[in-house]
Design a protein around this ligand. Structure first.
Ligand SMILES: NC(=O)c1ccc[n+]([C@@H]2O[C@H](COP(=O)([O-])OP(=O)(O)OC[C@H]3O[C@@H](n4cnc5c(N)ncnc54)[C@H](O)[C@@H]3O)[C@@H](O)[C@H]2O)c1
Ligand SMILES: O=C(O)[C@H](O)CO
Length: 324
């Protein structure tokens, strides 16, 4: 079978794909345009896909030979899943193996913002000199006992909650599409409405799956309902946050600060006013960027391709109903 993989993945995955029944197609330059990507996909039976090009009705129309999609990510917002299901095409993702790494980044962003660390590092880099430390400047806030609000309590949100509880004894509240009684019990977490989440969180960490109807959910109106000392953390998807409204809310002192691993676009453009804010830390989408997580993702993504080639069900299939 002919399989298209658009970028090199860690060795463990490449080794799994090195089989006599797999003819692997990979571009020399990984930064291919949409049109180039389509023309590679058109030649293949399945794809192992890394990136954000839309896998939607247009894609399936243009690439009728593609019969399975193995994503190198846990997020699948780039895929029109109902459309794939309608066409009987299984789609898989890479859950769990990146939850610890990604929640580390949420936790780190929370701390970086609470202590203005990103801004301070830059001060040192650009050579700002202080003779003695200033007793009333550069003051952060401590997190002990503060309330963590999770928007989207799933695998990564849970890991973030565990860390915050263990490190700072933070009470946990959460808002989700549906309640998770088991996680509530383990964390002693309280389910709250979205409005209560905004009003009560000292740290509000976004971990929900993104879909376009939630574009810009965190906007002017939402920020005005949050606490003045609140820190917003987003490692989910940039589309959740209206960045200009966030900048205004920070300038108006409506919330304390924000830590963003994900932005819209990515990476954040250098003229974005948020980059001038002292209590903002921005990263270029590195949530799952550890050796361990990327190896795990490579293994799962490759195993899904091997399963397809062997006529089996994809192991971490997002739409298992295609098999019934
Ligand atoms: N920054 C990174 O590098 C990175 C790495 C991994 C995952 N992610 C993002 O994190 C997301 C979460 O991953 P996960 O493995 O924890 O997923 P998950 O499915 O285990 O958890 C997501 C939770 O959000 C809930 N949810 C979905 N939409 C919601 C909504 N509109 N309102 C309230 N709750 C909602 C779901 O019910 C679920 O409980 C992924 O979809 C991905 O976008 C980012
Ligand atoms: O959804 C995911 O898995 C990330 O955004 C990429 O690591």
């Amino acid at each position: 079978m002919k399989i298209f993989i658009n970028k090199l993945i860690p060795e463990v995955g490449m080794q799994l794909l090195a089989r006599p029944d797999i003819d692997l197609l990979m571009p020399e330059n990984p930064e291919i345009s949409y049109d180039e990507w389509i023309s590679y996909c058109q030649q293949c039976d399945a794809i192992l896909n890394i990136g954000a090009y839309k896998i939607d009705a247009k894609f399936f129309d243009l690439c009728p030979s593609v019969k399975a999609v193995s994503l190198f990510s846990v997020g699948y917002d780039q895929v029109d899943l109902p459309e794939a299901t309608r066409r009987g095409i299984p789609v898989s993702n890479t859950p769990d193996v990146l939850s610890k790494a990604t929640s580390d980044i949420s936790f780190m962003l929370m701390l970086m913002v609470s202590r203005l660390a990103s801004f301070q590092t830059n001060q040192v880099r650009i050579g700002v000199r202080f003779k003695y430390f200033n007793p009333v400047a550069n003051l952060g806030q401590e997190l002990y006992g503060k309330t963590l609000g999770i928007f989207g309590l799933g695998r990564i949100g849970y890991e973030m909650a565990i860390k915050c509880q263990g490190a700072y004894d933070m009470p946990i509240i959460y808002h989700n599409r549906n309640r998770h009684p088991e996680m509530e019990e383990k964390l002693g977490a309280k389910y709250v409405s979205f409005e209560e989440l905004l009003a009560q969180s000292d740290v509000l960490s976004i971990h929900a799956n993104y879909s376009p109807e939630y574009h810009g959910l965190f906007n002017k109106d939402v920020f005005s309902q949050m606490k003045e000392n609140a820190i917003l953390v987003n490692t989910a998807r940039g589309g959740f946050v209206n960045e200009l409204d966030l900048d205004d809310a920070l300038k108006a002192g409506e919330i304390w600060g924000a830590g963003l691993d994900v932005t819209d676009p990515e990476p954040m453009l250098p003229d974005n006013p948020l980059l001038k804010q002292e209590r903002v830390c921005v990263l270029p989408h590195i949530g799952s960027a550890t050796l361990e997580a990327r190896r795990g993702m490579a293994r799962i993504a490759a195993e899904n391709i091997v399963a397809f080639v062997q006529g089996e069900k994809l192991k971490t299939c997002l739409n298992p109903e295609v098999y019934s």
